[in-house]
Structures are given as structure tokens and as C-alpha cells.
Write a protein that binds this ligand. Structure first.
Ligand code: SF4
Ligand code: SF4
Length: 99
């Protein structure tokens, strides 16, 4: 039997998924800031990373496992992927309004 290999789109750190739909950890940690850029998102100068997944986080392994980090992009057709850069609060707010 032929099994077609699934194409995996690697995460480029555009940050769109964390703006479009805040994860459980982001919601729990920041109940007062539900929209826009997640407060746990950090711009490194080249891409966004989640502070909760950094080696300095004591729950990094758990968060990575729960959110399937490393298993590919969860929103590979989003427009931010093609233009990875630091986003303004206005750009982040515009993502929420399109829903
Ligand atoms: S939308 Fe995809 S590329 Fe962008 S941060 Fe999320 S997983 Fe990574
Ligand atoms: S907690 Fe991390 S993974 Fe979750 S939405 Fe915020 S930045 Fe993204």
C-alpha cells in the first residue's frame, strides 16, 4: 500500500498562530490580555519565540509536548509566514478582527 508522506511546513517564527488563537498557557497566564500579541511572545531580532518554551522556563518540556512544538506549522497559509518581522499592536489587532 502506498502511503503519501505528509508535507511538513517548518515553523519560521512569524507569531501568527499565537495572535490568531492564544494557547491555553497564554490564556491562563494572562487572563487580562486575551487579544493581540501574547505577552509570552518574544522577538529575537529574527523571529518570535515563546518564553514558556525557552530553557529558562521550568515548564518548557511540558509546554512543548502539549503544543506539539517541532511538529510543523499549524497555520502554513497565513500571510505573516511570508514576511517574518516584528509586528505592531495594530497589525496584531487586525488579525483578531478578521475572524
Ligand atoms: S504560524 Fe506557523 S510559522 Fe508562524 S509561529 Fe505559528 S507555527 Fe510558526
Ligand atoms: S503562551 Fe507561548 S505558545 Fe502560547 S500563545 Fe503565548 S507565545 Fe504562543
Amino acid at each position: 500500500m502506498l502511503i503519501e508522506e505528509r508535507k511538513v511546513w517548518h515553523c519560521v517564527g512569524c507569531g501568527f498562530c499565537c495572535v490568531n488563537q492564544r494557547c491555553t498557557f497564554g490564556v491562563a497566564r494572562h487572563p487580562g490580555a486575551q487579544n493581540g500579541l501574547c505577552p509570552e511572545l518574544e522577538w529575537t531580532g529574527r523571529r518570535y519565540v515563546c518564553r514558556l518554551m525557552m530553557p529558562t522556563s521550568d515548564i518548557a518540556d511540558f509546554v512543548k509536548r502539549e503544543l506539539r512544538s517541532g511538529e510543523g506549522c499549524v497555520s502554513f497559509q497565513n500571510p505573516w509566514r511570508r514576511d517574518v518581522r516584528r509586528r505592531t499592536p495594530e497589525e496584531a489587532a487586525a488579525v483578531g478582527k478578521k475572524k
